[in-house]
Design a protein around this ligand. Structure first.
Ligand SMILES: [Fe+2]
Length: 327
């Protein structure tokens, strides 16, 4: 998302169930998370930014890696991104993908699924003690109110047109997917983490985000616990967190660039791209997001007003799993 940013919103942690601690030991699950790599946008080759992430994922023997959208803007076709995708595919374990709006600038979703090797535009999987869901928020509402899937930049006219209410017509989720999500959640008893590109509970609030949160919150209410513990997103290029009905909604920092006040795109040090590893605490009670930090490329020479008020960082956080809602 290029045009807006929101301030950090801090929420309180939810209380958690009193359950016996598992024996201390190695984390039962670790995964690598990176978002908004933006290969190909602004004419930039971001292949090198993947290298430290993939090296770390291999060294840590991560259970899987995931990119949370705006990964590969393939202006010249996905074949032109072969080297970039080969670097990603150097990780030998499971590799997951979330579709971002800019992934659909020059491609259809079927092209992305084929190039990325994922089964569907939205899907779910189990890993360790958790259930994970990947969502596709890339739809717009046409003039008649029909939901249309993003395809080769077909959503841009709405943005160009602008005007009141236009942001409610993009980043939408379709009814079929919401129904699927409700069924998918009912089919698991494990704590759930949802990945989507566009946020629904923090940061930008575009599209029918309330419809999605209604499914999540209704599910947790039925279960009487915060089974859907976290919703992790990208899109906003900064780090924000809010807790809504016990669910931790986060947007995590782009690995490539931020958008300081004034609208100037400002790149992060390519040798130190922000990404994080997330693990389940050995107790099984918490999801642990590890800290990361970087600097802007050429930060020493930047005008002070262009150095973003929030430093490019990912804060260490602990999110309760299967908690009882406290708010
Ligand atoms: Fe985006």
């Amino acid at each position: 998302m290029f045009s807006r940013r929101s301030f950090l919103a801090l929420g309180s942690l939810a209380a958690i169930d009193a359950r016996p601690l598992a024996a201390a030991g190695t984390p039962p699950l670790t995964f690598g998370f990176i978002t908004d790599v933006h290969h190909g946008t602004h004419g930039k080759d971001q292949r090198g930014r993947l290298t430290p992430f993939i090296d770390a994922a291999i060294a840590r023997k991560a259970d899987f890696i995931i990119q949370c959208g705006d990964f590969c803007c393939a202006k010249g076709g996905l074949e032109a991104c072969a080297d970039f995708l080969a670097e990603w595919n150097r990780f030998p374990g499971a590799r997951h993908h979330v579709i971002g709006n800019h992934d659909c600038d020059f491609q259809g979703k079927d092209d992305l699924l084929k190039a990325w090797g994922i089964p569907h535009r939205h899907y779910s999987f189990d890993a360790g003690p958790l259930h994970f869901v990947v969502l596709d928020r890339n739809h717009y509402l046409d003039e008649a109110g029909a939901v249309v899937s993003y395809d080769k930049g077909n959503w841009y006219p709405i943005h160009r047109q602008g005007g009141p209410g236009h942001l409610a017509r993009v980043s939408c989720i379709d009814r079929e997917q919401l129904d699927w999500l409700a069924r998918d959640l009912m089919a698991t008893e494990k704590p759930v983490v949802i990945f989507q590109h566009q946020p629904s509970g923090v940061g930008t609030h575009d599209g029918n985000w309330r419809d999605l949160n209604r499914v999540i919150d209704s599910h947790n209410a039925k279960r009487g616990r915060v089974q859907v513990a976290a919703v992790l997103s990208g899109h906003d290029h900064d780090e924000q967190i809010a807790v809504r009905h016990g669910v931790h909604h986060l947007t995590l920092t782009s690995s490539t660039f931020g958008m300081p006040f004034g609208g100037n795109t400002t790149y992060y040090d390519p040798a130190r791209p922000p990404f994080t590893f997330i693990h389940v605490d050995p107790s099984g009670r918490e999801l642990v997001i590890e800290a990361a930090a970087t600097t802007y490329e050429g930060q020493d020479a930047m005008k002070p007003e262009l150095v973003w008020v929030d430093p490019p960082r990912l804060a260490a956080r602990r999110i309760p799993l299967d908690g009882v809602a406290s708010c």
